[in-house]
Design a protein around this ligand. Structure first.
Ligand code: NDP
Length: 522
């Protein structure tokens, strides 16, 4: 189990869990204030190997708990999370600078739901399946498809949702009977360490869940130790992770970047569409993989939509979160992200875009890192803001002639994570959703597919490989085993065996012809 020994106040020297492998500390900054809130250990290769050995040793006993035993602990963890939600929210806010609402609505509620969901469904998704076969040679035998936990799972997560996207993927891995080592982003490790403490309180056996704090090198070292890697982060790092996993021939599930389009058709409920555009592009300061990153609006309603969205965005309050309801848009968590946002806005403006809201850092930031919620028009696909992941509080809106042009532009991207279509004609909306090359498409909504844990959530194209949630979201943490049981009363020898005899071979060839060779070759 990872421990609070990894978290220290800013003044203390840092030791890792086993002291011997301590490397220089990583300072964790509150992006809304610029203050260092803690330091954590930077685990090196040896430290990662040591905790991996402990995780492996702990796994068989955890597997032996069975689904019911593990579910009991997950349900306790659900309750622990609700009992301690103020502390967890404060921790998330302190290391991300996001608002209390972004921490509560999109992190606490997700994790609490996920604990219950996987406690309830892990056993059902991973239950043995009795399989029937038409194959003659296995007639009368018992065929079983069985899911066996892979052993030690590595989860590497990003900084934008320390609870949902880093810790969240550990829950099904644990429910499946694996030990897990989580490598959170170096920018936001504190929530993961707090969750490790929570799980310990809930009775999770030692070393079944451990946190490897550190930088990219710690993540790379983790891939070299585990039986499967679940990665969430940028497409650039995702490719490196896939290469490292391929070298070791271990499975990798990759949840990567996005550039989600929103399409607004002329028959849409414009007030709803404008509210959704505003919320789902600016929520979490736009630092969500499935944020609305660009909008395509049909000509007849373009002006009205732009005017509604601009007005709503201008009304948003950006700044340091002081408590629930204090601000709408929080900080930019990762320092280099601010440069990316500024670069995309500047590039768009240089190429002819107009800024209708925001477009800069707020004049006073109180030591924090913020960007004003920004609306851009007169944009096109020569601009980075329409083609590259911005990951900030920006919404470029483009006028299109019709739905076909909107679909063509929506698909004009290497990414394919999410999308949304707004129209009162829901059948048409569904048809358009099917034409978008993305892992998820919402009609008259956005992002909401993420909350339906029964549905797979994953990216198409450069947005990833594999998915979280649903049956596939837990089966990926298990290997499939086929078990074939021949009944006790069976022939001493089967007809296809040695010694080959002409008569038997001709008879079997005739049987194959009878089974597979009838009918015509049309
Ligand atoms: P990064 O790819 O920069 O980092 C992700 C994680 O990988 C971090 O923990 C990082 O450590 C670690 N890492 C860095 N280098 C390596 C390496 N060579 N081997 C193994 N691990 C490594 O992503 P960000 O943290 O910047 O996250 C933002 C990105 O995540 C965006 O592109 C966003 O779209 C995507 N994302 C995708 C989601 C999805 O579900 N598809 C959900 C949420 C975010 P460190 O931080 O310490 O460098």
């Amino acid at each position: 189990m990872a421990s609070v020994e990894q978290v220290q106040s800013a003044e203390q020297p840092v030791t890792s869990e086993n002291g011997a492998h301590a490397a220089p500390a990583i300072a964790v900054e509150n992006p809304a204030t610029g203050e260092t809130v803690a330091t954590v250990a930077d685990l090196d290769r040896d430290a990662v190997a040591a905790i991996a050995a402990r995780g492996r040793a702990a796994q068989p006993a955890w597997d032996a708990y069975g689904f019911d035993g593990r579910a009991r602990i997950l349900l306790r963890a659900q309750k622990w999370l609700m009992d301690n939600s103020d502390q967890v929210i404060a921790t998330i806010v302190s290391e991300t600078g996001k608002t209390f609402e972004d921490a509560s609505f999109a992190e606490i509620s997700y994790a609490a739901n996920a604990f219950g969901f996987w406690a309830k469904h892990a056993g059902e998704y991973l239950a043995d399946e009795r399989v029937k076969s038409s194959q003659l040679l296995v007639k009368g035998k018992k065929l079983i498809l069985r899911y066996r936990p892979l052993g030690l799972i590595g989860v590497i997560g990003p900084w934008n949702y320390p609870l949902t996207n880093s810790f969240g993927d550990c829950i099904p891995a644990l429910a499946a009977g694996n030990s897990v080592i989580l490598k959170p982003s170096e920018v936001t490790p504190l929530t993961s360490l707090l969750m490790a403490e929570g799980l310990r309180e809930c009775g999770l056996p030692d070393d079944v869940f451990q946190v490897a704090t550190g930088r990219g090198e710690t993540g790379a070292a983790l891939i070299d130790e585990v039986d499967m890697i679940m990665f969430t982060g940028s497409t650039r790092t995702g490719r490196k992770v896939a290469e490292a996993a391929a070298r070791r021939l271990i499975p990798a599930s990759l949840e990567l970047g996005g550039k989600d389009p929103m399409i607004v058709l002329s028959d849409a409920d414009l007030e709803r569409a404008a509210n959704f555009a505003t919320y789902y592009s600016m929520q979490n300061a736009g630092q969500t993989c499935i944020s609305i990153e660009r909008a395509y609006v049909e000509e007849p309603v373009y002006d009205e939509f732009v005017s509604k969205v601009s007005e709503k965005v201008r009304a948003l309050r950006v700044g340091r979160p002081e408590g629930p309801g204090s601000v709408d848009v929080g900080a930019i968590t990762f320092p280099p992200q601010l440069q990316t946002i500024e670069d995309h806005v500047t590039d768009a403006v240089d190429k002819g875009a107009r800024v209708l809201a925001g477009g800069q850092q707020p004049p006073t930031s109180g030591g924090g890192r913020f960007y004003e919620p920004t609306v851009l028009v007169d944009v096109d696909h020569t601009m980075k803001i329409m083609t590259e992941e911005t990951f900030g509080p920006t919404l470029p809106i483009m006028r299109v002639a019709d739905a076909d042009e909107a679909v063509r532009l929506a698909n004009d991207t290497p990414y394919g994570l999410g999308a949304s279509v707004f129209t009162r004609d829901t059948d048409r909306g569904e048809q358009i959703a099917r034409r978008i090359e993305a892992g998820a498409a919402n009609v008259n909504d956005a992002m909401i597919n993420y909350t339906a844990l029964e549905l797979p959530m994953g990216g198409a194209k450069a947005s990833g490989l594999g998915s979280r949630h649903g049956a596939g979201g837990i089966r990926k943490y298990a290997s499939q085993q086929a078990i074939v049981v021949t009944p006790r009363l069976a022939l001493k020898k089967e007809p296809h065996m040695f010694p080959y005899k002409g008569r038997t071979s001709r008879f079997l060839a005739g049987v194959f012809k009878f089974l597979y060779g009838r009918g015509r070759r049309d």
